[in-house]
Design a protein around this ligand. Structure first.
Ligand code: DLL
Length: 432
C-alpha cells in the first residue's frame, strides 16, 4: 500500500535528478537568506550556484547542534517570522533546546510525509489511531497527528500519560493503531495486564513506534504482548520531526524519504563515507524545507544502509534501526557498547522482565557496571539457587555477547520506573 507510489517507487536516476534540483534550490535559499550559511560558504570558498552534481555535496559545510544553539532562537531561519506558522523545539535531552520553524508549505510537506510513514506501516483511512506522543513543543504528537488526518484516519489526540485512561479509550473507541514511544507501548502492555484486560479482545492491529532507540527483541516483546505489528519510524526536530524514515510492513529497515532528505552515512571521526553497509553517523541535508533548511546536519545517530531491494516495491533506500546516538555510546573498560545491545540480550533470557537499568560507576580507577533487571515474581519465592542461576546466565550472556563483565541485581517486578515518553535507562555516575 502506497501513499505516493510515483515518488516512493521512483527510478534511481529520476530520484537523483529531483534531489539535485532540490539541493540547488535549497542552497540558493540558505545562501541568500541565512547569514550563517553565507559566511560558511565564503569561508570554504564554495560557490553554491556552481554545484551541478550530488557528489559535490561533500564540499559543503556541516551543521552541528552547537551551530543551532549559537543561533538561538531564530538565527538560522530562512524566512521572516511573518511566514512561519509553527515553531517546535527539540527535546533538549543533551543540553539546551533548539528552536525550529515551519512555513505553511513545510507543514503541508510534513503532514504528507507523516501520512506516507503511517500508510507504509499499514494505517489507512479506515483506522482509528491513538496518538500517545506528547503534544506540544515536541514534534511527535503534532507531526503524526497532522499525518494521520491527512491520511483520513480517525485521530484520537490523547497525548502521553494517564495510562489507564489510554487503555479505557482504546477499548471504548476501538483504537486500531497506537502511536507512541516503544517504552510507552511496554508500559501500556504492563498496565493492561494489571487491569486484567486481554489485548486480543481489543481492536488494536498496528503500532508505530519511534523517538528513541529500541531493539528487535523489544519489537518481538511488544508484538506478542499487544498482539500487533509494530514498526519503527525515525525523525528529529532539527530536520523536521517524525517522517524522515519509516518501516513498511516487511519490518526490515526504515525507508528514507529521499525525495525530501539527502542522507549520508559518515565515519564520526573522519567524516568520510563509511564503506557500504557499515555503521556510521547519519548526516542529513533537507531538500524541501522552507523555514528551517539544514545543510549536512550531524545527527549523531548511528545506523547503516541496508543492501538489496525491499519486496514492498519501494525504491527508497533503507537504513537499519538506529543503534543509538554517538553520545549514548558507553565506553566500558575500553569496550564500546550501546544500551540497546544490553536490551537485546536481556530480553532473550527467560525469567526476566523487559525492564532494566544500566548503572556505570568508577571504583578504584576501574569501570564497574551494574545491571538492575526485573525478574518474574515466582523467582523470589524459589530457592536462592534459582536466583543465582538466573544472575549467572545474565552475566554469562552479557559477557559473551558484549565482551564485558557486569554485576547483576534482580529486582522485583514494577520496581523500576516506567516511561510515558522517551525512556532513559542508563545512569552513568562516572566523572570525566
Ligand atoms: O523524537 C521525532 C520523532 C517523534 C521521531 C516521533 C519519531 C516519532 P527529537 O525529540 O528531536 O525528535 O529527538 C530526535 O530521537 O536524533 C534520535 O536520537 C532519536 N530517535 C528518533 N526516532 C528514533 C528511532 C523526535 N526510531 C532524536 N530510533 C533522534 C532510535 C530515534 N532513535
Amino acid at each position: 500500500m502506497f501513499w505516493e507510489k510515483e515518488l516512493e517507487c521512483m527510478a534511481r536516476e529520476d530520484l537523483e535528478q529531483l534531489q539535485l534540483e532540490r539541493l540547488q534550490s535549497t542552497l540558493y535559499r540558505v545562501g541568500t537568506h541565512v547569514p550563517f550559511y553565507r559566511q560558511k560558504f565564503n569561508e570554504l570558498k564554495v560557490d553554491y550556484e556552481a554545484i551541478t552534481s550530488l557528489d559535490e555535496l561533500r564540499r559543503l559545510p556541516f551543521t552541528t547542534k552547537q551551530d543551532l544553539r549559537n543561533n538561538y532562537p531564530y538565527g538560522l531561519f530562512a524566512v521572516p517570522l511573518r511566514d512561519v506558522v509553527r515553531v517546535h523545539s527539540s527535546s533538549g535531552t543533551t543540553g539546551m533546546a533548539t528552536v525550529v520553524g515551519y512555513t505553511r508549505n513545510d507543514i503541508r510537506t510534513w503532514s504528507n510525509l507523516a501520512a506516507r510513514i503511517l500508510c507504509s506501516a499499514g494505517v489507512t483511512a479506515d483506522d482509528v489511531i491513538q496518538i500517545a506522543f506528547g503534544y506540544g513543543l515536541f514534534t511527535g504528537g503534532f507531526g503524526l497527528h497532522y499525518g494521520a488526518e491527512r491520511l483520513g484516519a480517525s485521530v484520537i489526540p490523547i497525548s502521553s500519560g494517564n495510562t489507564k485512561r489510554q487503555i479505557q479509550i482504546m477499548q471504548d473507541f476501538k483504537t486500531t493503531a497506537l502511536v507512541c514511544t516503544p517504552s510507552y507501548a511496554l508500559k501500556i502492555a504492563d498496565v493492561m495486564m494489571e487491569m486484567g484486560i486481554n489485548p486480543n479482545g481489543l481492536s488494536l492491529r498496528y503500532g508505530l513506534f519511534g523517538a528513541e532507540p529500541w531493539s528487535e527483541a523489544m519489537r518481538r516483546e511488544i508484538n506478542e504482548r499487544l498482539g500487533i505489528i509494530a514498526t519503527d519510524n525515525y525523525g528529529l526536530s532539527e530536520v523536521m520531526g517524525p517522517g524522515v524514515a519509516g518501516e513498511c510492513l516487511e519490518c526490515n529497515g526504515l525507508h528514507l524519504n529521499e525525495d525530501h532528505f539527502l542522507v549520508e552515512i559518515l565515519h564520526p571521526a573522519t567524516l568520510e563515507p563509511v564503506p557500504p553497509g557499515e555503521v556510521g553517523e547519519l548526516v542529513i541535508t533537507t531538500l524541501t524545507k522552507e523555514a528551517f533548511p539544514v545543510i549536512r546536519y550531524r545527527t549523531r545517530d548511528l545506523a547503516r544502509f541496508l543492501p538489496g531491494d525491499c519486496p514492498c516495491g519501494r525504491t527508497l533506500k533503507r537504513i537499519s534501526r538506529i543503534m543509538g546516538r554517538s553520545d549514548d555510546m558507553l565506553i566500558i573498560k575500553g569496550v564500546n557498547v550501546f544500551p540497546t545491545q544490553f536490551e537485546s540480550v536481556l530480553f532473550e533470557i527467560e525469567g526476566t522482565q523487559p525492564h532494566y537499568r544500566i548503572i556505570v560507576e568508577r571504583e578504584r580507577n576501574e569501570d564497574k557496571v551494574t545491571v538492575m533487571v526485573e525478574a518474574v515474581e515466582s523467582i523470589f519465592f524459589d530457592e536462592m539457587k534459582k536466583q543465582r542461576a538466573l544472575v549467572e546466565t545474565i552475566q554469562r550472556r552479557l559477557a559473551s555477547e558484549l565482551g564485558i563483565s557486569v554485576e547483576v541485581k534482580l529486582v522485583e517486578e514494577k520496581t523500576l520506573e516506567r516511561f510515558d515518553g522517551k525512556g532513559s535507562r542508563v545512569i552513568d555516575k562516572r566523572e570525566f
